[in-house]
Design a binder for this molecule. Structure first.
Ligand code: PEP
Ligand code: MN
Length: 350
């Protein structure tokens, strides 16, 4: 529920609303806005009797949030949320960042080379898993802490922001020391303990849609992070399971405008896991930008044939450069622009 204050309501009016909500046994989140302040009521799982609040001085009206996800919904917040993971790298505004890099961090030489190629291609941030959620316990599980150190080195060398996955609560704290944005993978979308942990850590989170998750499931998972006080959540469409083995997953592009209608949070698209097929990544990456995605996350490997995971869906470096070039033209056509890599002169931006 949202208590919308009148234009010109005093600080004392707002404080009285907060105190009343707390007396009623709920949490209060004051949200100052450009026009007027609203106070969010959190902690209710059903309709709250607004009688006591309506009568307080300075209260304009009460909005009951009808969606089961509260703070994530557009009813809660009308304006788009902009999530900034590093200086100049923001999701949800007119600029559209491209996150690219290998599926896994494999060696220092590999990730440094990948980072240089990502930057040369015109992409904005570096991805790469140090902790990998693999379907087989016998498959390469990532380099762990050593991989994180290599990512930190790649950032020092190139200035690229780092997006990397956390698999569990303990790992999340370690990942948070290095990552600019903590990725929660599809397999962990409903790991509620992990969601609460990254909510409390307070760093930006990239939350991927689960393999069999509905849009509501995805938004409810995001609510766990916001409920802990962390509003910096970027959602990610990465394809869902279907009956058709022609592609690894069914890349659900409709999710992008759907989520943007239901939520104020930004949503990015992952055409690499969405299709699982290298030659489908460029067309579907272009389509995602056209559909209004607030960013792309794609796999690119300096030498995909030798990749230790997801080589078959990883772009060659020159393909990434082409995707960024073509994405720029599409973004331009819809009044947006691809975020330039760090260190790009302002005159060359846009
Ligand atoms: C990944 O990004 O490499 C990954 C494991 O993705 P997902 O969680 O979407 O399968
Ligand atoms: Mn992968």
């Amino acid at each position: 529920m949202l208590v919308v204050m009148r234009h010109g309501a005093s600080d004392a009016d707002v404080a009285r609303v907060v105190a009343t909500i707390e007396e009623m046994g709920y949490g209060a989140r004051p949200m100052p806005g450009a026009q007027r302040t609203a106070v969010g009521l959190v902690g209710n799982d059903g309709r709250v009797d607004a009688g006591r609040l309506e009568a307080l001085p300075g209260v304009a009206n009460i909005i009951h949030v009808t969606q089961p996800y509260k703070q994530v919904s557009r009813e809660w917040r009308e304006e788009d949320t902009i999530v900034t993971i590093a200086p100049g790298v923001s999701f949800g505004g007119t600029e559209v960042p491209v996150i690219a890099g290998p599926c896994s961090v494999e060696s220092e030489a590999q990730i440094i080379r990948a980072a240089q190629l990502v930057k040369e291609a015109g992409a904005t941030a570096l991805r790469g898993g140090a902790f990998k959620p693999r379907s087989s316990p016998y498959a390469f599980q990532g380099l762990g802490m050593k991989g994180l150190e290599m990512l930190a080195l790649a950032r020092r060398e190139t200035g690229l922001a780092i997006v990397t996955e956390a698999l569990d609560d303990e790992g999340a704290h370690r990942v948070a020391e290095v990552a600019d944005c903590i990725q929660i993978g599809a397999r962990n979308m409903q790991n509620y303990s992990l969601l609460r942990t990254v909510g409390r850590i307070g760093k930006p989170v990239l939350l991927k849609r689960g393999m069999a998750a509905t849009i509501t499931d995805l938004l409810m998972s995001a609510e766990y992070i916001l409920a802990e006080g962390n509003g910096q959540v970027i959602l990610c469409e990465r394809g869902i399971r279907s009956f058709d083995p022609s592609t690894r997953n069914l890349f659900d592009l409709t999710a992008i405008p759907l989520v943007q209608k239901l939520s104020h949070l930004p949503i990015v698209a992952d055409p690499s896991h969405g299709t699982g097929l290298r030659d489908k990544v460029i067309p579907m990456g272009r389509a995602a930008i056209a559909a209004g995605a607030d960013g792309l996350i794609v796999e690119m490997h300096p030498d995909p044939e030798r990749a230790m995971s997801d080589g078959g869906q990883s772009l060659y470096p020159d393909q990434l450069a082409r995707l960024v070039r073509e994405a720029r033209a599409i973004a331009d056509a819809i009044g947006r622009s691809i975020t330039p890599p760090p260190g790009t002169a302002p005159s060359a931006r846009g």
